[in-house]
Design a protein around this ligand. Structure first.
Ligand code: IPM
Ligand code: MG
Length: 371
């Protein structure tokens, strides 16, 4: 298969982790005879610096012409610490989502066996956890009208949803549930918010078309407890933009590190693949960032094109790195494997699928950069 992939490294640790997922995709292309053409574009603070805007037209055009987008991260400390900037790196991602009509972020939460004792949560709570968050991505408070009063003492962000917006993502969520354990949990705040009551009505209506799927409701405040006390109760969590952003970060605690959590942002025509984490500016250039979230996002990209064996191979290689503890310090604080070493190792497992663990332990870890 020939795919053109727009690569947007962005800011902070974005470029470092993206390098690893590219490496892994190159290994897959080599092993399965695919051609992946990577085309890089600027986004976020990197784009503001060079072009004055967080999403230059050139970058948008690149994405519109590509088959898929591999995204790193956006944001820097300079912007985080100063709310007076009106042009912000994050706007690059928000504008891109809007322009490509990416309306759903799919965020899988699956706990790795090897890490059961690494999470701050007890193994009895997190074993066999396997759910997905379907986060609405094109509406809500992120895009609602924003206002600041003249005296700058009052500000507001409107949370607005249309029936059509809710309907679209609800169908996606129910279709996904049909292929899984057939349960959708709508997370909202319908006891308070009008927009949440609209969600309930629409979701109830759509649910009638999916009789084999159970629909459950949970208020966001309760959901935030259940996610860390009884996470196995979830299959598909369906929720609005802001709640999905927060819940997915909370859910990363189950997996032990946010550096493991991948996502696919999808619409009718385009798809973007990115770690759920941010730019982690403090770690920039230190080679300590975990590349696995980005690598697993690349695996989701492969799946999106029906390349299931390829995606499985990436996941197996990631599993091997966890088996052999070729991991970054967010998972094991005594580990001194760098971002690039973990990436090299995972790519090597793909290049040499028949080598034994012994060989990997002894040879590849030291040598792989010369391949
Ligand atoms: C995410 C991120 C983004 C979001 C930021 C970087 C704009 O936190 O993908 O979860 O809030 O959507
Ligand atoms: Mg987030």
């Amino acid at each position: 298969m020939k795919l053109t992939i727009a690569v947007l490294p962005g800011d902070g640790i974005g470029p470092e982790v993206i390098k690893q997922s590219k490496k892994v995709l190159e290994a897959i292309a080599h092993q399965f005879n695919h051609t992946f053409i990577f085309k890089e574009g600027l986004i976020g603070a990197a784009a503001i610096e060079k072009e004055g805007v967080p999403l230059p037209q050139k970058t948008l055009d690149l994405c519109l012409e590509a088959d898929a987008i591999l995204f790193g991260a956006v944001g820097t400390r300079q912007y985080d610490n100063d709310p007076t900037f009106t042009v912000r790196p994050e706007h690059g991602l928000l504008q891109l989502r809007k322009s490509l009509e990416l309306y759903c972020s799919i965020r899988p939460v699956k706990v790795f066996e090897q890490l059961l004792d690494k999470s701050p949560l007890k193994r009895e709570i997190i074993h066999d956890v396997d759910f997905q968050i379907y986060r609405e991505l094109a509406g809500g408070m992120y895009y609602g009208e924003k206002a600041v009063s003249k005296d700058k003492k009052t500000a507001s962000d409107v949370c607005e949803y249309t029936e059509q917006e809710v309907e679209k993502i609800t169908h996606l969520a129910f279709k996904a549930a049909q292929k899984r354990r057939k349960k959708v949990t709508l997370v909202d705040k319908a006891n308070i918010l009008e927009s949440s009551r609209l969600w309930r009505q629409v979701v109830l209506k759509v649910a009638k078309q999916y009789k084999d799927v159970t629909l459950d409701f949970l208020f966001i405040d309760n959901a935030s407890i259940k996610i860390i006390t009884n996470p196995r109760e979830f299959d598909i969590i369906l929720t609005q933009n802001m709640f999905g952003d927060i819940l997915s970060n909370e859910a990363s605690v189950l997996e032990c590190s946010i550096g493991l959590m991948a996502s696919a942002e999808v619409g009718e025509k385009y798809a973007l693949f990115k770690p759920i984490h941010g730019s982690y500016s403090l770690a920039k250039g230190k080679s300590i960032a975990n590349p696995i979230a980005s690598i697993l996002s690349a695996a989701m990209l492969l799946e999106n094109f029906g390349l299931f064996n390829e995606s499985e191979m990436v996941q197996k290689a990631v599993n091997k790195s966890l088996d052999l503890q070729i991991i970054t310090s967010d998972i094991n604080k005594n580990s001194n494997f760098s971002t690039a070493k973990v990436g090299d190792f995972i790519a090597d497992v793909i290049y040499y699928p028949d080598d034994s663990d012994m060989n990997f332990n002894n040879i590849h870890i030291g040598q792989s950069t010369i391949i």
